[in-house]
Design a protein around this ligand. Structure first.
Ligand SMILES: *Cc1c(COP(=O)(O)O)cnc(C)c1O
Length: 367
């Protein structure tokens, strides 16, 4: 009898998939290298720590954990609807925004369709595309960012979905309001355009696109946001999309009823009102960004100017080796060879002393 091999049984798209490479957890590095002090600048997490208001609210929520969560997320949706000036029926909640990105692909894309995204764009877009067996179309980047003209030209009669990350991870590149608007004008409305704004809160207010307002004019536009970055809830998993009501209706049919748990629903609801936390996070990020870009300039290192909470630095062809040496210095950053950036490392912005630990290690290793 032939040996059992699960890989032979899966759909052809899944066969090509490689597991998502997450940032190395601090505890793992401590265990492996016996290091006491480890600085993790690898997953674009919020260095401020959890909001105190969230901590208090979570404690109060513990007694209710014996119950199922509110499947409709009534309070969080109401709060989000108010914030975005849309109806609650236009919001779809997710176990992190990744969850909703996957739901979107599964809802609209079949294995005969094509999905467009940019080279160097967030890895989840090719991942969800391939899992369905659809054809991923990666359009070459220009100056590390999305080439929107190239992406519009890549549209065929098989195109079903387009992903745009703005700002993009791992490059930090940013598209202007006018560039996005003229792109939307070119895209036929039977193609779903997903605008992933995971780093929206870090973008200066006067440069942010009125993306949610555009949904009226472009009902094929879906805007994605997360609580994982500036709101500091990465471990809880909370994200959502705002869309046309019809789009939200179909997403909600596929969505698992309890995809957001009671704690993440509560935390997200509470942190939305913690304006001081958000402001502090954004200010700290701006300071840390300057600390890292100043270091790069003093050291003659090229970097990709970033609108996110991370900086992607060109360190040369031995980037993987440097990543490893930094680990031994107790600093975890992120290699981005998997994003076709083999000469770069992505460094998340930390607290001033954490950024300094990275700078010190770089000076020691690179002289
Ligand atoms: C971090 C990130 C997200 C957020 O993912 P969650 O599932 O909400 O934690 C989404 N898109 C991009 C481009 C990101 O970098």
């Amino acid at each position: 009898m032939a040996e059992f091999n699960a890989l032979e049984l899966v759909n052809p798209g899944v066969k090509q998939l490689r597991p998502y490479q997450a940032g190395k957890p601090t505890s793992e590095l401590q265990r492996e290298l016996g290091l006491q002090h480890v600085v993790k600048l690898a997953s674009n997490e919020n260095p401020l720590g959890l909001s105190d208001k969230v901590k208090t609210a979570l404690e109060a929520e513990l007694t209710d954990l014996v119950r199922y969560p509110d499947a409709n997320g009534y309070y969080l949706k109401s709060r989000l609807a108010e914030l975005h000036e849309v109806g609650t029926q236009q919001i779809t909640l997710g176990n992190g925004s990744n969850d909703v990105l996957e739901i979107l692909a599964r809802t609209f894309v079949s294995d005969k369709d094509e999905v467009i995204f940019s080279q160097h764009a967030f890895v989840v877009y090719p991942l969800v595309t391939q899992a369905i067996g659809a054809k991923p179309v990666a359009v070459p980047a220009v100056d590390y960012g999305h080439d929107l003209d190239g992406m519009a030209k890549a549209v065929t009669d098989k195109t079903k979905m387009i992903f745009i990350a703005n700002p993009n991870n791992p490059t930090g590149t940013f598209l202007s309001t006018s560039a996005l608007k003229s792109f939307l004008d070119k895209i036929p409305q039977h193609i779903i355009v997903v605008l992933d704004e995971a780093y929206y809160e870090y973008v200066p207010e006067d440069e942010r696109a009125p993306s949610v307002e555009w949904i009226i004019e472009y009902p094929n536009l879906v805007v994605s946001r997360t609580f994982s970055k500036a709101y500091g809830l990465a471990g809880l998993r909370a994200g959502y999309v705002v869309s046309d009501e019809g789009v939200a209706d179909v997403l909600n049919r596929i969505r698992q009823p309890f995809n957001m748990n009671s704690l993440s629903l509560k935390a997200a609801e509470v942190v939305l009102d913690d304006h001081a936390y958000l402001q502090k996070a954004v200010e700290l990020n701006a300071q840390g960004m300057k600390q890292l870009t100043d270091f790069c300039e003093d050291s003659g290192l090229n970097y990709i100017p970033s609108y996110g909470n991370f900086l992607t630095i060109e360190v040369g062809p031995d980037a993987e080796k440097l990543y490893d040496e930094l680990l031994h210095e107790g600093v975890i950053v992120r290699p981005v060879g998997g994003y076709e950036l083999p000469n770069h490392l992505r460094v998340s912005i930390g607290l001033p002393e954490e950024n300094q630990a990275f700078i010190k290690a770089m000076k020691k290793l690179r002289g």
